[in-house]
Design a binder for this molecule. Structure first.
Ligand SMILES: *Cc1c(COP(=O)(O)O)cnc(C)c1O
Length: 388
């Protein structure tokens, strides 16, 4: 057996945490336990595994690895990021209140407004970069503060430690959707949050070939509830997706390094380009969240939004790209680009999109790990085409 990797560096834990050699064969990789059930040793005595909705060794390996990377107490993996968020939201009862970052992931907005409103979820959408706004939104019945930082797609940065302090004083829990940065760059539990949410579909898996989600808990009572939900609701991650995600995580740190260095090159190109309006990237010094981001995370990520003025110009630019792929999602090895107003944020009413700054000309790019020179050449030729 490999030595217990806890306490080792991030890259070592990504490769080893939760992943000792297989006790049966010594297989170096965690096997895909493609089974629905497990034989009892004898009546009244099981192996610790009874039925695979409740326990699966491949899923467990992934959960233990992510627990280590996020410095949590435990983690529970679900069939998608949205399945994880809907499980999280069962912490909130009817008529209790949630404070949520405005301009969160479009699917989160849709879940809160079009599904959970049936169960009398009360939500205040707040600019959580504004601590006074968070404070005044908190009520006696506020159960949860749900943060995304950076937000999607405007890259607003919330001070996670300060909001956690304010929320805890008011008796509310804090959950942070950490999908955009991954634990490689930001660890919200270390900043005082109670629960971390991921769509593992994005940077954690990193190869755009699996859908999954996870909840990482700092408190035992939340961890117990999330395990109970895996059993009681059943929105669990499959063994094969658990395997893929674990495999993806092993290279998270080296991928993020390349994502980030490419993102810096792309952000600088966009910022200096005559055809591009405002560029939203927390790594740029003129970004309003730059200082907070520098203090609470070890990097700026690989998501950049920028304004091309009108829908027609954005469309001409997007349709002119040759290397960069027009698609929803982010965090894969390939550079993905999208038009939030018509794609990921289409569920949000137009007036609200405008209030959030998501204009018809806004484009969002998730910078991949291709050669930076090929990415900049592609952006330049498509910008030139769109200017005609
Ligand atoms: C993609 C995403 C989700 C939803 O995850 P799925 O795996 O697609 O269900 C939630 N939050 C953020 C920030 C995301 O980017």
């Amino acid at each position: 057996m490999k030595a217990d990797p806890i306490g080792k560096g991030f890259g070592t834990r990504a490769v080893h945490a939760g992943q000792p050699a297989d006790p049966l064969t010594g297989a170096v990789k965690v096997p895909i336990y493609q089974t629905a059930t497990y034989q009892y040793r004898k009546t009244g005595e099981h192996t610790g595994f009874e039925y695979a909705r409740v326990q699966n060794p491949t899923r467990r390996a992934l959960e233990e690895c992510i627990t280590s990377l996020e410095a949590g107490l435990d983690a529970h993996a679900y069939a998608s990021g949205m399945a994880a968020i809907s499980s999280l939201m069962t912490l909130v009862r009817a008529d209790e209140h949630v404070v949520a970052s405005r301009n969160v992931y479009g699917g989160t907005y849709r879940l809160f407004e079009q599904v959970l409103d049936r169960y009398r979820l009360r939500v205040s959408w707040v600019d959580t970069t504004d601590l006074a706004a968070v404070e005044s939104a908190l009520r006696d019945e506020t159960r949860l503060v749900f943060l995304e930082s950076p937000t999607n797609p405007m890259m607003e940065i919330t001070d996670i430690a300060k909001v956690s302090e304010i929320a805890h004083q008011a008796g509310a829990l804090v959950a942070v959707d950490n999908t955009f940065l991954s634990p490689c760059l930001q660890r919200p539990l270390e900043l005082g949050a109670d629960i971390v949410v991921h769509s593992t579909t994005k940077f954690l898996n990193g190869h755009s070939d699996s859908i999954g989600g996870v909840l990482v808990s700092a408190r035992a009572e939340d961890a117990e509830w999330f395990a109970f939900l895996q059993k009681s609701v059943g929105a669990i991650l499959s063994p094969f997706d658990s395997f893929l995600t674990l495999r993806g995580i092993q290279t998270l740190e080296v991928r993020i390094q390349r994502h980030e260095s490419n993102a810096r090159v792309v952000a600088e190109l966009l910022q200096s380009h005559d055809e591009v309006g405002r560029v939203f990237y927390p790594g740029l010094e003129d970004h309003p969240g730059h200082e907070v981001q520098k203090a609470q995370a070890s990097g700026f990520g690989a998501l950049i939004a920028f304004d091309l003025g009108t829908y027609d110009r954005a469309a001409a630019f997007l349709d002119g790209l040759e290397v960069i792929t027009l698609a929803e999602s982010l965090g894969g090895v390939e550079t993905l680009i999208s038009h939030p107003a018509s794609m990921t944020h289409a569920a949000i009413p137009v007036e609200q999109l405008e209030a959030l700054g998501i204009s018809a000309g806004l484009v969002r790019v998730s910078v991949g790990i291709e050669d930076a020179a090929d990415l900049t050449a592609d952006l330049e030729q498509a910008l030139k085409g769109a200017s005609r």
